[in-house]
Ligand binder design. Structure first.
Ligand SMILES: Nc1nc2c(ncn2[C@@H]2O[C@H](COP(=O)(O)OP(=O)(O)OP(=O)(O)O)[C@@H](O)[C@H]2O)c(=O)[nH]1
Length: 322
C-alpha cells in the first residue's frame, strides 16, 4: 500500500522528479519529466542522463550532484542564477520574452540504511509565473521611474531631473578638468498674451509645438527640460560658446519659422534665449545657470526673439537695471 501511494505521488505531483546514481544513470523519471521532455520513463530509466540530454550543462550539473554525493547535503539552484536546467516549453500565453519554463531545482541525497548516499534525487519546479511577474514588475518600475522624470504636458524632462543632470554634468567636468558644457535658457515671449488671446489650451498647444520644433534641432546627447511654465533649460554636453550660440540660434529660428496653428488659427510665437558656458573651477555650481539667466534677461530687454551670450559686464548692467 505504502509503495503504491509513493509511486502515485511521484507520478502525479506537478513537479519534475528524477534520480541518478553515481554514474549518472537514471533511476527515477516521473510523469512530469516524461510529459515535458517527450521521453517516457520506459525509455529513460537505466540510461545515462548526459547521453539522453547532450545539451545539459554537464560541468555545472555534475559539480552540483557530486557535492551532494560527497557532502550528503541538499543543494539548490534558482532560476535567477540559471533560468532552466531542461529546455522545456511552457504553456503561458504572455511571458514578455521568456521562451522556456523557468526552473528552481533541489538536489537531495538518497541515503541507504548504512548512511551511504546511493543516489541523488532532483526536483524541478516550474517557476515561470514568478519569473514573468518579476519581469513585468521590473518593466513597470522602469516606466514609473521614467515618467517621474518627465513633464506631463510636453514630455521633456521636468525641473527636478534637469537640475540633477546639470549637477551631474558639473561633477563630471570638474572631475576630469577637461571638456566643458553650455546651458541655454529659453523663455517664450509674451506668453501671457498668447494665453489671454487663445485660452489656456491654445497656450498648451504652443508649448507642445515649440517642444517638437526644438527637439528637431537638438543632438541626442543634449538634455532638454521644462524649467517653469514657459521656460526651458537645455544642457549641451561638450559644447563651448560657439556651438552653443549656433544651437540657440537654430532653436530661435525653428520657433519663429512659421505660425503655430491652433484650431486653424495661426499663433505667432517667439522665444528669447540666454546662453552661458561652464568654466572649470567656477566657484559656485549654480553659476552657469545664473549666467544664462542674466543673458536671457538681456535678450528680453533688447526686444525679445534673440540670443544673447553671457558676458561679465551683464552682472552690473542687468542687475542694476532690474
Ligand atoms: N497655457 C499655459 N500657460 C502657462 C503654463 N505655465 C505658465 N503659463 C503662463 O505663462 C505666462 C507667463 O507670463 P509672464 O511670466 O508674464 O511672461 P510673458 O508673458 O511670456 O512675457 P515675457 O517673458 O516678458 O515675454 C503666465 O500667464 C502663466 O500663466 C502652462 O503650462 N500652460
Amino acid at each position: 500500500m505504502l509503495e503504491t501511494l509513493r509511486n502515485f505521488i511521484v507520478s502525479e505531483v506537478g513537479v519534475g522528479i528524477f534520480a541518478v546514481d553515481r554514474e549518472y544513470n537514471l533511476l527515477l523519471w516521473n510523469r512530469f519529466m516524461a510529459d515535458h521532455s517527450g521521453i517516457s520513463a520506459q525509455d529513460a530509466l537505466g540510461r545515462n542522463l548526459f547521453e539522453l540530454f547532450p545539451d545539459l550543462p554537464q560541468k555545472w550539473l555534475s559539480k552540483k550532484v557530486d557535492s551532494v554525493f560527497m557532502l550528503h547535503n541538499f543543494a539548490f539552484t534558482s532560476w535567477e542564477q540559471r533560468p532552466w536546467l531542461f529546455p522545456f516549453r511552457h504553456n503561458r500565453p504572455i511571458t514578455g520574452g521568456i521562451d522556456f519554463m523557468q526552473q528552481n531545482c533541489t538536489f537531495m541525497p538518497v541515503r541507504e540504511a548504512d548512511g551511504e548516499v546511493s543516489a541523488v534525487a532532483v526536483t524541478v519546479n516550474d517557476v515561470t509565473d514568478v519569473a514573468v511577474y518579476q519581469s513585468m514588475l521590473k518593466q513597470a518600475m522602469a516606466k514609473l521611474e521614467e515618467s517621474s522624470s518627465r513633464d506631463g504636458l510636453t514630455g521633456v524632462y521636468n525641473r527636478r531631473f534637469t537640475e540633477a543632470r546639470l549637477l551631474e554634468e558639473i561633477g563630471r567636468v570638474e572631475r576630469y578638468q577637461a571638456d566643458t558644457f553650455s546651458v541655454i535658457l529659453l523663455d517664450l515671449d509674451h506668453f501671457k498674451q498668447i494665453n489671454d488671446t487663445h485660452g489656456h489650451l491654445g497656450g498648451d498647444e504652443v508649448l507642445c509645438e515649440v517642444v517638437a520644433r526644438v527637439r528637431n534641432v537638438l543632438r541626442d546627447t543634449d538634455v532638454f527640460g521644462r524649467y517653469g511654465g514657459e521656460e526651458f533649460l537645455l544642457m549641451l554636453p561638450q559644447t563651448g560658446r560657439e556651438g552653443a550660440v549656433a544651437a540657440a540660434e537654430r532653436i530661435r529660428k525653428s520657433i519663429a519659422s512659421s505660425p503655430i496653428l491652433y484650431n486653424e488659427v495661426p499663433i505667432n510665437a517667439t522665444g528669447s534665449l540666454g546662453v552661458a558656458t561652464y568654466e572649470v573651477g567656477a566657484p559656485k555650481v549654480e553659476r552657469v545657470k545664473a549666467q544664462a539667466d542674466l543673458a536671457l534677461y538681456a535678450s528680453k530687454r533688447a526686444g525679445r526673439n534673440r540670443v544673447t551670450f553671457y558676458s561679465a559686464q551683464m552682472v552690473d548692467k542687468e542687475l542694476g537695471a532690474g
